[in-house]
Design a protein around this ligand. Structure first.
Ligand SMILES: Cc1cc2nc3c(=O)[nH]c(=O)nc-3n(C[C@H](O)[C@H](O)[C@H](O)COP(=O)(O)O)c2cc1C
Length: 401
């Protein structure tokens, strides 16, 4: 999403200026090019040298420090920019930007840029609530600037209040979300995607259940990739152990039956369904209403089959593109091909969960992607995020065939 994007970061004079150093690193990690401009007050808190080292670029601080004869530096930076981020944005710079004041490098360049402007305020809660600041925020929003909500917490002043700069990773996620509709060509724009994740739980009694080793990590990685490709994404999640990806709706379920109901509720209007959850094949035929006491030497629990969600979706499929997963320990290819046909899926992503670092509960995966009329695509071992990118690449190719 931010790969090769030119981000101009404007750092103002607030106590949270030091967090902007990590913000530069996080943007660079996403593949962005970052150039930093600082106000005179910002330099009271952090030195330009620190930003120069992390950004690997000269830091802009003075409108009249024209280093290159053939360029006016504030216009050059303004025109270079794909996205302008003000973080931390002081009450003072917010007031200036809202009113078109251009009396230093930061505010002059912000007035000259035509790139979208993303404002991350940080200030004392009383400054934030001041009617002048509230009015300036309203003006910025009218001017189509995006203003991120500051966080509530312990302020540098020694009391609780609203006004803290969000953590750099939270800012990056919010920036990515902001950039989605601004991307020229997003392959999943306006598409609705439902992804199931985690291992379902089938109750034996109020304190015991049958489950499996699925962590939900593959499903959650798929969700953030689909979101970055422009889709509206819902995760139907059988786990609550993972952080909710920014901008994704999460519906929590427990059993296979609850997952089936939740998927069917969405199914009619969905474009892509990815069944990445490990759905229990069996559940106890009877669920004890009270804890089963230890008594006999042998306890027999009768199990019955759950509904095969992928099969049901495949056999009622209309416009939906259906992706299933096959976690196998042997005969991977033949099981996956058979599953593809029998369940009427558009794609099966198979992984050999007997291999180390593959499948359940791992951060990495290695898969083979099967589709009805193409050669299988082998994806060698890599992070689940990267595997998710490959899965959607193949799915998009298949959908436009
Ligand atoms: C220790 C200290 C912390 C400050 N923190 C903030 C802050 O978090 N937010 C803010 O708007 N102003 C803060 N200020 C006030 C600004 O630094 C001051 O308004 C300054 O003129 C802002 O300049 P600038 O907007 O050009 O960066 C702080 C001042 C000091 C001395």
């Amino acid at each position: 999403m931010l790969k090769n994007k030119n981000i101009a970061l404007y750092v103002c004079g607030g106590i949270a200026s030091y967090k902007a150093v990590d913000l530069v690193r996080q943007f660079i990690k996403q593949g962005a090019n970052v150039k930093v401009a600082m106000t005179a007050s910002a330099m009271e808190f952090v030195t330009p040298l620190t930003f120069q080292i992390v950004s690997k670029h000269h830091i802009y601080t003075d409108t009249f420090d024209e280093r290159e004869e053939d360029k006016v530096s504030h216009i050059h930076l303004a025109d270079w920019t794909d996205l302008a981020v003000i973080a931390p944005a002081t009450a003072n710079v917010i007031a200036k930007v809202a009113n078109g004041i251009a009396d230093d490098f930061v505010t002059t360049t912000l007035l000259a840029t035509t790139a979208p402007i993303f404002v991350v305020p940080a200030m004392n809660s009383h400054m934030l609530e001041n009617p002048a600041t509230v009015r300036n925020f309203a003006t910025l929003r009218l001017d189509k600037r995006f203003v991120m909500e500051p966080e509530t917490g312990f302020l540098a002043e020694g009391y609780e209040g609203k006004g803290r700069l969000p953590e750099p990773l939270t800012i990056v996620e919010s920036v990515k979300q902001f950039m989605i509709p601004r991307q020229a060509e997003l392959p999943l724009k306006n598409k609705r995607v439902v992804i199931t994740a985690g291992g379902t739980k089938e109750r034996i009694d109020p304190v015991r259940y049958i489950t499996n080793d699925s962590s939900g990590k593959m499903g959650y990685s798929l969700a953030s990739v689909a979101r970055d490709l422009g889709a509206q994404v819902t995760i139907i999640s059988a786990t609550s152990q993972l952080p909710e990806p920014f901008g994704v709706t999460v519906v929590y379920v427990s059993s296979a039956l609850e997952m089936l109901d939740a998927v069917l509720k969405e199914y009619a209007l969905v474009d892509i369904v990815v069944m990445a959850a490990a759905v229990s094949d069996y559940r106890p035929k009877k669920q004890a209403s009270k804890k089963i006491k230890k008594s006999e030497e042998l306890l027999i629990i009768e199990l019955e089959k759950t509904t095969d969600i992928l099969y049901q979706l495949g056999h009622t499929k209309q416009q939906q593109f259906l992706i299933g997963f096959a976690a196998e320990t042997n005969n991977l290819e033949s099981y996956a091909q058979e599953k593809l046909m029998r369940k009427k899926a558009n794609m099966i992503v198979a992984n050999d969960v007997s291999k180390p670092n593959v499948g359940f509960n791992q951060d990495t995966n290695e898969v083979i992607i099967f589709t009805p009329n193409s050669e299988p695509v082998k994806v060698s071992i890599r992070s689940k995020q990267k595997v998710a990118e490959e899965i959607f690449k193949v799915a998009i190719e298949q959908m436009i065939k």
